[in-house]
Design a protein around this ligand. Structure first.
Ligand code: SF4
Ligand code: SF4
Length: 341
């Protein structure tokens, strides 16, 4: 499954270039007359200026309508307690970020609990697919390529695995990671408890303890710890869990009903979930389009120095791609890239 690519070049009309790309890749071939089509995106946390620009999404919506589909925008709520933790707040955020070109239907409902539990392959046995995604006829997955502290980078596979699952599904994936607190290093300052949005670590007899089943293994408490006492372990498992969840999400669609567009522009250190995504660390590359999440992520990685992310986050970016391929998601880890210019 090949990947089509158009380089970022602002001496050209990038909207026209994107449309040439979509046609070349057959992005809208997955849409049939009357289909309810999920346009899966990430609207970005408020304060983060680096998410997919709304005019590109506006145009994708237009093309879905032209193909006879009924497009709606969608994303799932976050497990952690921030601006997009419930359906109401998510919809407000989407409007504030400029996404009003089609109905915005929160994928996992008002409280992040609308899900369909499906069997999957790989490191997870089953996964909670967001209910609205599971009911859609077709899906265009619109991703922003960038770094990610836990999985090395985030692209199409992560947009499927983490982005298309309910809060329970997100917790299931995150808990594939381990968390250890070194009692020798802990000075009992409580900074970890303060930083955690759920205040989960408890300070008992001057030492931090975290045995809560609600802990999602995010990096926040370990970053807040002044002595380096908190370590996340087995980060590779999250990469495998992303692939496993992505397989489950795709199992809710008929073959050929999902397409992918990825924007490799404003490639930041951290993900779109943060209000402060860090520096732009790579030059703007362009736009990718494919019918495979494996191929489109592999194509992006083949064109950047992803060792930068591997070294920064101590996890191999290619792992999620290899794992997705190995459990049976269509695509190539060394895809042919059809460059439009
Ligand atoms: S990893 Fe730390 S900050 Fe994140 S949810 Fe668990 S206790 Fe809270
Ligand atoms: S922040 Fe670190 S040192 Fe302070 S209580 Fe938590 S684990 Fe211990």
């Amino acid at each position: 499954m090949s990947v089509h690519f158009v380089p970022w070049d602002t001496s050209l009309d990038m909207l026209k270039e994107a449309n040439r790309l979509y046609d070349e890749a057959g992005i809208f071939d997955c849409v049939e007359k009357g289909d309810l089509v999920a346009v899966k995106l990430h609207v970005g946390e408020l304060g983060n200026p680096y998410y997919v620009q709304p005019f590109f999404v506006h145009d994708i919506v237009r093309r879905v309508k032209e193909a006879g589909g009924k497009p709606f925008l969608t994303d799932s709520t976050t497990y952690y307690r921030a601006q997009r933790n419930n359906g109401y707040d998510y919809m407000i955020t989407a409007l504030m970020q400029g996404f009003s070109m089609a109905p915005f239907i929160v994928a996992d409902g008002l409280r992040g609990e609308n899900a369909k539990l499906v069997k999957t392959k790989g490191i997870l046995n089953e996964i909670e697919v967001a209910g609205v995604i599971a009911e859609a006829d077709a899906m265009i997955v619109v991703s922003h390529d960038k770094g990610h502290e836990l999985s090395g980078f985030g692209g199409a596979i992560k947009n499927l695995g983490m982005g298309c699952t309910s809060q329970a599904g997100k917790l299931r994936q995150h808990r594939a990671i381990g968390l250890e607190i070194d009692a020798e290093k802990c000075i009992g300052c409580g900074k970890c408890r303060e930083a955690c949005s759920m205040h989960l670590p408890e300070i008992i007899e001057g030492k931090a303890m975290n045995i809560s089943p609600l802990c999602m293994r995010c990096p926040i408490c370990s970053e807040a710890c002044p002595t380096g006492a908190i370590q996340l372990t087995n980060k590779n498992n999250l990469c495998k869990a992303l692939a496993s969840a992505a397989y489950g999400v795709l199992s809710t669609f008929k073959k050929g009903k999902v397409s992918y567009v990825s924007f490799a522009k404003d490639i930041t250190q951290y993900c779109d979930c943060l209000p402060n995504p860090g520096k732009v660390v790579m030059k703007d590359l362009g736009i990718f389009a494919s019918t495979s999440p494996v191929s489109i992520d592999a194509a992006f990685l083949s064109m950047v120095d992803y060792e930068l992310f591997n070294n920064a986050y101590n996890v191999d970016c290619m792992l999620q791609v290899h794992e997705a391929k190995s459990i049976g998601i269509d695509g190539e880890v060394k895809p042919k890239i059809n460059k439009l210019r």
